[in-house]
Design a protein around this ligand. Structure first.
Ligand code: AMP
Length: 611
């Protein structure tokens, strides 16, 4: 059974496999390797299509096309609020830290959207390989934190894809370039600028082994930013200020086309129908470069940080490798050449390198690969991992840039006499105070025997596995009481939630809607019934002979209907009650008006109104 490599990209995703010793990207029926990372949901929140058709429908009303969801993976609503606004996605407001989009009556997580993409790629592989692939290596940006990695795994689980391991994208690219066969001791910078994320990794080659010396990046930097800058410029110039979702998407699509055209020529035309207006703008390469320069400069900061972390200067870098669609831009190439003082290496298709490298790693993991012997990939922990201590300070257990897999333990004690439980708060980040770091999870070691403060010895162990996923355990040395909890990142989904999602994947749409309508009908009927009951009680003397009985009969019929699940019966009952009470209600209104007109005291009017 062949293993596959998947590049789950912000803009595009690909699947590749090694055939006859060569990594190849698998194509769709139209011979395309790239699958736009776009998923279309209808107005009710049901997924309709993935990829090109989803992208094509993006500007259509009656649904939502999600693109760039990788930006939302493993993030909280607060962290991605700006992005959500820019993409016109509605988010669920709440204290739940895993972000959810709202489409119709449904709530959809970025994990589910990613799962749709993974499912399609997996199906493509199954079709091309005439059988189910064994497992998959899925690539993630080197800068992805624990929650983002966990979310990627969750998406694969929902899609039914068996994850062999997660691999940092630059490391995959280095593999694809066969850099392991380069000169020993050679240092390589992998500059990866895609649609939504930027990664810079400094790798060192030693006997065919990649060691990642450092990684840095920005999860909010890429081609999308260039598109947005250009779209906003043109919208401004055209004087369109009231920008709705479809208009914005149309502007982004046209901006992206213009940007691509500018990679091959000195001038290009932006053309789109925006808010009913035919907009055409001539863009030249110079003004486009001036527009995006501040965005590209941000990549420079991350490069300098990565070099600093590896204690290297640009002159120490022997080779620079370009990855990601945005590195096709001449300005990006010039920028990289200037930054590192050498021309970047770009022999492979920058869109495909990561998937090809992932396929090679997947092949190596079959254990029967002819590709590489003794090849080992060393990745590093992108951000330091630690525990909250008294006073809200952070004790770092695994420092950033430690090679993974990594394990580290430390012994702690209690601060209060007779403490029987210890709260453990796992955080990620470089700052000294917990408030400035990112909370990954909390758990409790309880059942400790009461002892004076400072006596218990609690050993806490941090383990980061080969995928960069963190597990934390705590053990009381005296009693052996332990918690062996896998730290679920606060932004990820629990196993239960994933299971619930799997179940919900079975098409529930119709029953969901029916249930919702029944609830609405009941609420409305309840309101009518209680208003009528109150009115009879308040104004019994305003009822005509026989009217009271008719209303009471209607009321009890409605209550009977409400006890059942027949929505039509409830609606009919409410309607009937409304009808039989109409003359009585009319008389009350007239009386109230009279009272108001004749200048009765407000309190009397209120009393008469029964409020
Ligand atoms: P990736 O995330 O690696 O798939 O990169 C996708 C990004 O590359 C998108 O923002 C594309 O607009 C951009 N891109 C692809 N081809 C070109 C090109 N020829 N010129 C400029 N940008 C491109």
């Amino acid at each position: 059974m062949a293993n596959i490599g998947i590049d789950l990209g912000t803009t595009h995703s690909l699947v590749a496999v090694v055939i006859d010793g060569q990594p190849r990207c698998l194509l769709d029926d139209d011979e395309r390797a790239l699958l736009p990372s776009a998923v279309r949901y209808d107005a009710k929140g049901q997924p309709i299509c993935v990829g090109y058709p989803a992208l094509a429908a993006a500007t259509q009303p009656g649904g939502t096309t999600f693109t760039s969801v990788k930006r939302f993976m493993g993030r909280s609503g607060a962290e991605v609020a700006d992005d959500a606004q820019r993409f016109h996605y509605d988010l669920v407001q709440g204290d739940d830290r895993a972000v959810r989009f709202v489409v119709g009556e449904k709530e959809i997580t970025p994990i589910e959207v990613s799962a749709m993409i993974l499912r399609l790629l997996h199906a493509r592989a199954e079709e091309c390989l005439f059988g189910r692939p064994g497992g998959a290596v899925i690539t993630v940006p080197a800068y992805f934190d624990d929650a983002q990695r966990q979310s990627t795994r969750d998406a694969a689980m929902i899609a039914g894809v068996k994850v062999l391991r997660l691999l940092n994208e630059p490391t995959a690219a280095a593999l694809a370039y066969g850099l392991n066969q380069g000169t020993n001791g050679q240092t390589v910078a992998v500059f990866d600028l895609g649609g939504g994320t930027f990664d810079i990794s400094i790798l060192k080659l030693d006997d065919g082994i990649f060691q990642v010396l450092s990684t840095a990046g920005d999860t909010h930097l890429g081609g999308d930013d260039f598109d947005q800058a250009l779209a906003e410029l043109v919208l401004n110039q055209a004087g369109i200020s009231d920008v709705d979702g479809p208009t914005y998407r149309a502007a982004i699509t046209a901006a992206e086309l213009t940007k691509r055209a500018l990679s091959d020529s000195d001038t290009a035309t932006f053309k789109a129908t925006l808010a009913g207006q035919e907009v055409e703008a001539q863009i030249d390469a110079d003004s486009f470069e001036n527009l995006i320069r501040p965005i590209i400069e941000r990549a420079g900061e991350a490069c300098r940080q990565a070099l600093g972390d590896a204690a290297l200067s640009p002159a120490d870098i022997d080779q620079v490798v370009l990855v990601g669609g945005s590195t096709r831009m001449p300005m990006v190439r010039k920028f990289v050449a200037k930054l590192f003082g050498k021309s970047p290496h770009s022999g492979l298709d920058p869109d495909r390198v990561v998937a090809l490298g992932a396929a090679m790693q997947a092949d190596i993991l079959t254990g029967e690969s002819a590709l590489a012997e003794d090849m080992l990939l060393l990745d590093v922990v992108p951000l330091s991992l630690g525990l909250e201590m008294m006073g809200g300070v952070v004790e770092r257990l695994i420092p950033r840039c430690s090679a993974i897999p990594a394990a580290q333990s430390q012994t702690f004690t209690t601060h209060v006499d007779n403490q029987t439980a210890v709260d453990l708060h796992v955080v990620q980040g470089e700052r000294e105070l917990v408030g400035d770091c990112r909370s990954l999870g909390r758990f409790k070691l309880s059942g400790l025997p009461p002892q004076p403060a400072g006596v218990p010895r609690i050993k806490v162990e941090f383990m980061v596995d080969a995928d960069g996923i963190l597990r934390v355990s705590a053990i009381d040395a005296a009693t052996g009481i332990s918690t062996d909890i896998e730290v679920q990142p606060s932004y990820g989904l629990s196993e239960d939630q994933i299971e619930a999602m799997l179940e919900a994947a079975i098409d529930n749409a119709e029953t969901d809607v029916d249930e919702r309508l029944l609830i609405d009908a009941r609420i409305e009927a309840e309101q009518i019934a209680s208003q009528v009951a109150k009115a009879i009680k308040c104004d019994p003397d305003m009822l005509e002979p026989g009217e009271k009985e008719a209303i009471e009969t209607g009321l009890s019929a409605l209550k009977d209907a409400m006890a059942g699940n027949d929505r039509q019966r409830i609606t009919a009952g409410a309607h009937h009650l409304d009808e039989v009470t109409a003359p009585f209600a009319q008389r009350r209104i007239e009386r109230d008006l009279q009272l108001a007109i004749s200048g009765k005291a407000a309190a009397d009017v209120a009393k008469a109104l029964g409020i």
